[in-house]
Design a protein around this ligand. Structure first.
Ligand code: ADP
Ligand code: F6P
Length: 539
């Protein structure tokens, strides 16, 4: 960019979010390294940041400042700088109040329609204001003439206005990665007006869906009495609008398609297929039949210790009968989530258990790979959820397991992209059933890993992705019986019909990738900031 005085300015994009795309691994002795973070934000913007050398990312380091000395902090900063990231360091009480408290115990539940879980606590609100201010202070010396700032998510709703006060002419966008609730829910937040005022400091305000954008506009009208025009433009000052629009987020389709075909992902897929008896199915079925026969024989010969259960149908006997009648190919069900109560894990597990109960012919023939990484463990609701999921998995496995078959393989580690793609690729069915979700990228990643192949998606109607992925088995995630039926149908669908559905959905995902999403948002930001503003000098 050339300014009037012919000074050459390198225009950069500065992304600002609570969490950086990478987190710290290792320690002072072994040295610090960085690993990719889990979550929609890192998945969606990480690739853009990686390839655009003019892009800087500012965010919380994710570590507890109190645990490191000055020398260690210096080497951590350097490790981040090599990835074009600027880490902010927060003290323990700042993290507790701003992140675990106001962001994840107030805004997260409220925005996901879990208002009964939302905690309204003035002290965490105070810390949220304080940390947003720390972000503004950290950004002040970093922002130069020609830069554009793009702020992400509900953690930083006050930051746009705080930056606007410092830089009246700075082109600035804000995007919300979660739903925006209806005005009736949003208005219950004691600090509702302050947050709206904060967000309106941005020139462009983006949401995943038209519905969330509409909820935001209605809240602005209800609480601030400002009405947008037909193009979603909210008049702020004589020469500035805040424009509101929908920008559905996507994934890097080719990356997932390619990664699913990598050697490691294929090995992972093969491993899952072997363990679940999908490959080679017949040998596994034979071994199960042998197991069932041995049990049946023991019962007949010896009148065993369980003979008093004789009135009940023993799964081993059912299995022996079904294996003899007709061979049924084994199937794999998969899911990949952060352990979050909005993801509907207990409800999903109940539906899986119900399916094994209602359709006992699946006994020994369907294995569920449940990848669920613990998240936000300092928040009570999340700890309780982990206990609940642990218990349900234990109950289902205890009740339905055979000697050589376990229905659910439960993995609570966070895995890198290659094994995750291996899991997706191995899944005949993916269960993506959040109770509420802004978009949900997992559904799209699963389909990309099944490019040109069959594989069924059971998808909640409570997430943004349901607007685009209409050929999936769409379910109400609170309806156990409907989910059980959808899962059964998804397992039974013919490969040809499954492929037909996938082709339609894959075409849509391919046309709206993560790269296109950021380009579209940034183009729109360029347009709204240029309109009517000849002089875009910073101060
Ligand atoms: P959210 O942003 O709420 O976590 P999304 O579905 O939009 O939900 O995005 C989740 C992202 O994190 C996806 O890219 C997914 O692959 C990744 N992810 C989620 N859980 C895991 C896990 N257990 N291990 C590895 N990656 C995960
Ligand atoms: O998608 C919403 C979001 O809060 C993202 O901002 C983040 O990537 C993801 O969930 C994971 O959350 P956290 O950073 O709290 O682990």
């Amino acid at each position: 960019t050339f300014l009037d005085d012919a000074e050459v300015v390198v225009s950069r994009l500065i992304i600002v979010s609570n969490r950086l795309p990478v987190s710290l691994d290792g320690d002072a002795e072994r040295g610090f390294s960085l690993r990719q973070n889990v979550g929609g934000l890192a998945t969606a913007i990480g690739p853009y940041h990686k390839v655009h050398r003019d892009c800087l990312w500012v965010g919380w380091s994710g570590i507890d400042l109190d645990k490191y000395d000055a020398e260690q902090i210096r080497s951590i900063r350097e490790a981040y700088a090599r990835r074009r990231c600027v880490p902010l360091f927060l003290a323990h009480d700042e993290v507790a109040g701003y992140y675990s408290g106001f962001s994840n115990d107030t805004l997260w539940p409220l925005f996901h329609d879990f208002s009964h879980e939302a905690v309204f606590e003035p002290s965490t609100w105070g810390m949220y204001q304080h940390v947003n201010r720390l972000f503004a202070q950290a950004l002040e010396p970093l922002v130069h003439e020609g830069d554009t700032v793009w702020i992400q998510d509900y953690h930083l709703m006050l930051l746009p206005q705080m930056l606007r006060e410092r830089f009246p002419r700075l082109p600035m966008g804000w995007f919300l990665h979660v739903p925006f609730p209806s005005p009736e829910i949003y208005r219950s937040l004691p600090w509702n007006r302050e947050l709206l005022d904060g967000v309106l400091g941005a020139d462009l305000i983006g949401f995943h869906t038209v519905d969330y954008a509409r909820n935001f506009l209605s809240s602005v009208e209800l609480l601030l009495h400002i009405r947008a025009d037909d193009e979603g433009r909210i008049p702020m000052t004589t020469d500035r609008y805040a424009t509101v629009d929908a920008f559905p987020i996507g994934i890097d389709y080719d990356l997932y398609k390619r990664t699913a075909r990598s050697t490691l992902a294929k090995a992972m897929k093969r491993g899952i297929e072997e363990v679940s008896g999908k490959r080679p199915g017949r040998r596994y079925a034979t071994s199960l039949t042998a197991e069932s026969n041995a049990v049946a024989e023991a019962i007949t010969k010896e009148g065993t210790w369980w003979s008093h259960y004789a009135h009940e149908e023993l799964p081993e006997l059912t299995l022996a009968r079904s294996a003899a009648a007709e061979y049924k190919p084994n199937k794999v069900v998969v899911s990949v989530d952060r352990l979050d109560y909005t993801k509907g894990l207990p409800e999903r597990l109940k539906a899986f258990g119900r399916m094994l109960e209602k359709y006992p012919e699946w006994t020994g023939h369907v294995t569920y790979y449940l990848l669920a990484t613990p998240s936000r463990e300092n928040v009570d609701t999340y700890r309780h959820l982990k206990e609940q999921v642990d218990q349900l998995v234990g109950q289902i496995n205890g009740r339905f397991s055979l000697l050589s078959w376990t229905p659910i393989h439960y993995i609570t580690r966070s895995l890198p992209i290659k094994p995750v793609c291996g899991i997706y690729a191995a899944g005949d069915v993916a269960l993506v059933t959040p109770l509420r979700d802004g978009m949900n990228l997992v559904a799209k990643e699963y389909l990309a890993c099944h490019d040109g192949r069959d594989g069924s998606l059971v998808l909640s109607d409570m997430c943004g992705a349901a607007n685009e992925l209409t050929e999936a088995f769409i379910v109400n995630p609170y309806d156990t019986e409907a989910m059980c039926e959808a899962l059964h149908s998804a397992l039974e669908i013919s490969p040809a019909e499954s492929r037909r559905r996938n082709i339609a959905m894959q075409a849509r995902i391919k046309a709206r990738t993560a790269a296109q999403w950021s380009a579209t948002f940034l183009d729109a930001l360029g347009q709204v900031t240029n309109e009517g503003l000849a002089d875009r000098r910073l101060r």
